[in-house]
Design a protein around this ligand. Sequence first.
Ligand code: FES
Length: 161
Amino acid sequence: MATQAAKKTTLPRELIDFVDEWIEKPGNLIMILHKMQQVFGYIPRAEALELARYMDVPLAKIYGVITFYHYFKLKKPGKNKIQVCMGTACYLKGGQDLIDEIENLIGIGVNQTTDDDQFSMESVRCVGCCGLAPVVVLNDEVYGKLKKAGVAEVIAKHREA
Ligand code: FES
């Protein structure tokens, strides 16, 4: 759209092209925020502010969407992404115990990142290997039938020296 395209912004071109394409469409904000998270890996505050300015929408509206949907991340994910499956099979076989143990070991809960940016944790729905429940996926490596006692070893394997 010409008026948007003429606006100056510090946002990356890939994102701006998407915003310009979606700006007049219904449900655009959520689509645009998905794109923003795809570009940055999360929704950085400074860029959310810039997006609000560029789209001429209140920042509170953007934060309303981000905080309503758990999918959106407000903090930069860690170098190592821990995904604990909380689909039905994993939930029944102790997925929550694994979350609690991870919290014990590295001090972060779901949707949090360690202060040194090494690890972040999220809970996910069925990852498709229910026969191995409970399952943790760490950087695309699947750890099945994981016991609480085995969590420390899995984390140590991925921790940078
Ligand atoms: S419920 Fe966890 S892999 Fe299916």
